[in-house]
Design a protein around this ligand. Sequence first.
Ligand code: NAG
Ligand code: NAG
Ligand code: NAG
Length: 604
Amino acid sequence: MAEAPPSLLSVCIDALTQQLLRPCDDDLLPCIYDLPSHLLDTLITRLPPFALRTFHHHLPFDEEGFSHDDSTKKRKRARDWNLNSAWQRLFQLRWPDRVKQIHRTDWEQLYWETHLQDCLDEAVEVALIPSFTGYIGDIQISDSILKYIGFVGNTNHSTCDHSKLSYHCLQFGSHVSCLGLQNVLCTAETSVLLRECKLQSLVLRCIRSKEQIDGLCKLLAQHCRTLTSLEFVHCALSTDFINAIFGSLVIERVQKHGIQHLSIIATSFLEPCTVSLPSGLVSFLSSGRSLCSLKLSENHHGWTFAKDLFVTLLNLSSGISVLDLSRNRISGWLFYYRRSLSGSHLSFGNGKSLKLLRVLNLRENNLGKDDVQHLRYALEHVPNLEELDISDNSIEDEGIRNLIPYFVGASETCPRITCLKLENCDLSCVGVNLLLHYLSTFKGPLKSLSIAENYLGRQVVEALGNFFHTPIEVLDIAGIGLGSDGFQELQSLIKEEIKLVKINISKNRGGTETAKFLSKLLSQAPQLVDVNAACNLMPIESLAIICCALKFAKGNVQQVDLTGHIWDYKPEHVSPYAEFVHNGLPILVLPSPSVSAAPHDHDP
Ligand SMILES: *[C@@H]1O[C@H](CO)[C@@H](O)[C@H](O)[C@H]1NC(C)=O
Ligand SMILES: *[C@@H]1O[C@H](CO)[C@@H](O)[C@H](O)[C@H]1NC(C)=O
Ligand SMILES: *[C@@H]1O[C@H](CO)[C@@H](O)[C@H](O)[C@H]1NC(C)=O
């Protein structure tokens, strides 16, 4: 059968598209905007990105509607065209997985930013080949990427350099503010390639050599006025490198930097700055009031580093609000800090404090009970702390005992902690009962607590029952060994309405009692939104109990996670439960139909 002939409309649109893909001969451009609006609407929905960009950038008026010839007709149209949604559609077409996490934005900007990142990532693959010697800017971009923006088949590769990385950097750079760069891209050439970008946020990976640092410093110096966020991942930094990096961030005329977020993650600090704070970092911390979050995680920092950092921040009365030192080995840091506070060689004014520090993350640092004791005193200098995470440290019950005075206001400052995480801290029911007792008695502002992954057993149930009736909103009691009896008892302790919004009761081997507890919870917690009840050895019959409760719940619940159960069912058996949806997504997250029901033969 012969193909249907193309309509006149599609022939014309193809011709206009070709025209817009070659913006150099733009004689035709002005006339395009005078086409009737229904034709323009059709045109806009069919243009590939590069053509849409030409169309967008040659508008004879700006998008706010200020026409150069002041005609109200055109003014109205510019808004009606709604180019931003055309860009959103193009973005969705190319990166369907990423679109969900993004809310309102300038989609054109995001489109080209993501496009350039894809081009750079592709170039990395080429530049990483040991035999690569040429210019990075000359690396060819693949046809599959070029096709997305409308280039393949429309352009003559030998007459233009559309297919070179440099073309994309210079052409689309002006839209780009956030980039991630791999080590091989940090060369002297990079700052030339990225000169059109207005870089605000930069993520740098695997930077290790002097040459890469030199290339990076050039780039940093070039963008120091716009940069606000800098992240290093898997790098190796020597004292010289650190001095060079932070030196290049200083805006010369004002002797300050504008960085607000600094993260250095999974990076090795080479001798001697494993133990002492590198001077470059100290001057960075002192030469800018803009810094609000500092994350130094997984870098093997020892206690001397952490102590020097804390003392320096305190001495500067730093304005940071987030400090993350997780996954290091800083046990002992505050002991020496306390000693140095009382020592006369330090001229600490009593008034020094980290007034703005709200979030402190000390996760996985090998901290012990004594560290918690010292922390309590140090926190007197952190009057507005709201979130404290000491999970994955073996602080034991004694550690909790040492922390309790802080919560009950025994110290001079009144604690404002709203979120406390004590996951996997080797706590027993003795320590946790004590903590819960104090938290329930001295009703503080605490809204979120995690005591997950500590083996507490059912002896914690009574204290938990009381604690449920405090204003707590988020509670994580995953993996605390409640068991079937624990859930049963807890259920009977819920008497009045409770304020819980989110709860994690997973990994507690609760069986059917988990479902009965949930059912009670759903009826008594009208604000409940999110429940994680995974891995509780529930039989499939529990599903009916939970569904029945959901029907009568007040309707705020958005998710109930029931994964991690070996349920042998056919998809059609659970289709009745598809009635429970929130925003188009199922509320019940079910395990996939049992895999173990049909055991795999393992080849010997
Ligand atoms: C591309 O341009 C070159 C040089 O101008 C020319 O020789 C060649 O024929 C063109 N190729 C196509 C497919 O148009
Ligand atoms: C605290 O800052 C002052 C300058 O403001 C400095 O002289 C002193 O050495 C600093 N102390 C510490 C422990 O960093
Ligand atoms: C509990 O569940 C929440 C969300 O469902 C999750 O973010 C959190 O990591 C879980 N806690 C543990 C200890 O697994």
